[in-house]
Design a protein around this ligand. Structure first.
Ligand code: SF4
Length: 399
């Protein structure tokens, strides 16, 4: 399959690994921003194939994972109302809120439906003019444009019974927050290629300059990841910190102007809470005043619901790259994909789910005392291009 098979070529993977081994002279810690990249890395064992000097730290780029508990509770409250048809991507249905999830709301009689596009929800609203139809709009710069387009269409077509529960977040402020953390060990970033395909790369040079970190726009196949690592390590070894696009088949510097124009029209930047991390200034979007009539939070008066995150789940540390999933005491015991304590175990892009699905259960649980690094070895040698059947966590997923 073009653009997939050719980016899983074993010989090219071996050559890229050789190049990285020949380049690296000292330890470097790189963060892959996106949960999709994390899954590629864990699925193909890329972190185990890299030289010991290169550590990959998993970042906060899983949209389901960073959606705060209080937004889940708002969704549960709205979905419980008899007049509501609550539509969502499948990933969100098992994310635990306080005491229950959307599946349980459905089991109790709530009309909760899995859809594959926000436009499906708009169609449901047109077909059910006597019901209130709400779409759960979460995610990064990747899911925000179609959700913006759906609200734009709802307003244009006069579909007044459609609204959006919005919890959209933006990557650059998260990078800024990570770099400002006193515990931050990140020295370079593999930026999320799909985010940059929408937003372009203009937001990144100031971050690279301010924090002296290379930022390499990276794709999602094994060779994409290896090339991103290769370019990042090369910059670090040379003492450089520039923005580099290693995903030119999808990303242009200006991004997607039509999608950005839609975002600018429908949304406005706002402060957003990130699950387990807290509020990051200007890190999200909300509907702009023109579209406030389609804001579910406003329509259903759930703005004042606030919830405390459960103490036993350490997903906040996982999302900031401060903890590897298997280092959480609950991992694989009280917390599994069937009995998740946190969203990072539920989501098909969550780091905890990746470690569980790809059997990273036998890794040493604590960093090596001498080096301070977590050994990334397992009992079986991985193949970076092995064909692996990805277990599906849910019916559909947020990208
Ligand atoms: S393993 Fe479970 S409890 Fe631990 S951080 Fe991950 S989701 Fe939270």
């Amino acid at each position: 399959m073009r653009y997939v098979d050719e980016f899983q070529d074993p010989e090219l993977a071996a050559r890229l690994l050789d190049d990285i081994r020949a380049t690296v002279t000292r330890p470097w810690a790189l963060m892959e921003v996106c949960g999709g990249q994390t899954h590629t890395i864990i699925r193909h064992g890329i972190d185990q194939l890299l030289p010991d000097e290169v550590e990959l730290i998993h970042g906060p780029g899983c949209p389901v994972c960073v959606t705060p508990l209080e937004v889940i509770d708002k969704a549960l409250e709205i979905a419980s109302r008899p007049e509501v048809i609550f539509c969502s991507f499948g990933d969100m249905l098992r994310v635990p809120g306080t005491g229950r999830d959307l599946f349980q709301v459905r089991g109790e009689g709530g009309d909760v439906r899995v859809v594959y596009s926000p436009l499906d929800a708009l169609r449901i609203a047109e077909d059910n003019p006597d019901r209130e139809v709400v779409f759960f709009g979460i995610g990064f710069e990747t899911t925000a444009p179609p959700n913006a387009m759906t609200v734009y269409q709802a307003r244009k077509r006069g579909v007044r019974n459609f609204s959006l529960l919005v919890s959209h977040v933006r990557v650059p402020p998260a990078i800024e927050a990570i770099m400002q953390s006193p515990d931050c060990r990140v020295q370079g970033f593999l930026a999320a290629g799909h985010v940059c395909s929408v937003m372009g790369t203009a937001e990144y040079p100031r971050l690279a300059e301010r924090f002296h970190v290379p930022i390499v726009v990276t794709g999602f196949e094994p060779l994409d990841i290896l090339e991103g690592v290769r370019r990042t390590v090369r910059q670090l070894e040379r003492g450089e910190h520039t923005v580099d696009n290693a995903y030119p088949r999808a990303v242009r510097a200006e991004g997607n102007p039509a999608a950005r124009a839609m975002l600018d029209d429908v949304f406005e930047v706002t402060d957003r809470a990130w699950r387990g991390i807290g509020v990051i200034p200007e890190s999200g979007w909300r509907l702009s005043a023109r579209y406030r009539d389609h804001d579910a939070e406003h329509r259903f008066q759930v703005g004042d619901i606030s919830t405390r995150e459960p103490a036993e789940c350490r997903s906040g540390e996982v999302l900031q790259g401060l903890l590897k999933p298997h280092e959480c005491e609950a991992f694989g015991t009280t917390c599994t994909p069937r009995t998740p304590l946190g969203a990072t175990m539920v989501s098909s892009e969550g780091a905890c789910a990746a470690y569980f699905l790809y059997r990273r259960l036998d890794l040493p649980a604590r960093p090596d005392a001498a080096t301070g690094r977590t050994p990334a070895t397992s009992t079986t040698a991985p193949d970076p291009t092995a064909a692996v059947t990805t277990p599906s966590l849910e019916d559909s997923s947020v990208v």
